[in-house]
Design a protein around this ligand. Sequence first.
Ligand code: ADP
Length: 259
Amino acid sequence: AQAALFQSQKMEAVGQLTGGIAHDFNNLLTVIVNNLDLLTRNARDSRDMRLIESAQRAAERGAKLTQQLLAFSRRQPLQPALHDPNKLIEGFEAILRRACGELIRLQLALAPGVRPISVDAPQFEAALLNLTVNARDAMPEGGTLRIATGNVTLSEKDGNAAGLQPGQYVSVTVQDSGIGMPPEVVNRVFEPFFTTKEVGKGTGLGLSQVYGFVTQSGGHIAIDSTPGQGTTITMLLPAQAGEGDAMENEDATERPARD
Ligand code: ADP
């Protein structure tokens, strides 16, 4: 719990700092991108063109980085609404498939009757994409990526272990058959800017976004990883029907409970 507290304080400090910088930097990038666009019209030769295009690519990368920083620092506040998690995932499947590339088999195992969750849909999608990109990078020679959902009932005891209230949750599990992580990497993956990827490939902000999204949605994230075998990341998100409230009773009369 001490480590988790330290982690969240550190995330908050880094978030405030980077949020301010990212915001101003984004405005500057807009000026750079607009001027580069103007320059392409006046390029004298192919060498000019190459230099401009290389500057454009660098600016694009800067824009992507600041976007991640802004999302992570929550300059854009979460706007939660009730969603069927399976529908969110199916609606995002095409983008996930594209991110996977051709070497990776994407399997969806979406449990029927999964409860609605209250989440910010774009942030949920961003989290799925970040987890998918990491899984892809962990399987350079190909493999299987499995995204599964399910209803979970947390008992008092399990809830305490995860720092959550007992009650109804939905699990969204992203499992890969990739390189896995040793414990010293697992311990640091949620740290902003922690990356083992080469310069220009990783920002170290992907899992910070996922962590921020899940905890601010009132959920919990767990990692299970074995070097050489793969990684399973489970997001537990609070589901709509709480313990013994009217919704759940209504639910039970309409269709049989599935969990
Ligand atoms: P980035 O992907 O930009 O490095 P992340 O915060 O998303 O930043 O991930 C941090 C690090 O965690 C990665 O550099 C990698 O070492 C490790 N990691 C994350 N997901 C996986 C995975 N599915 N398999 C193996 N290692 C992973």
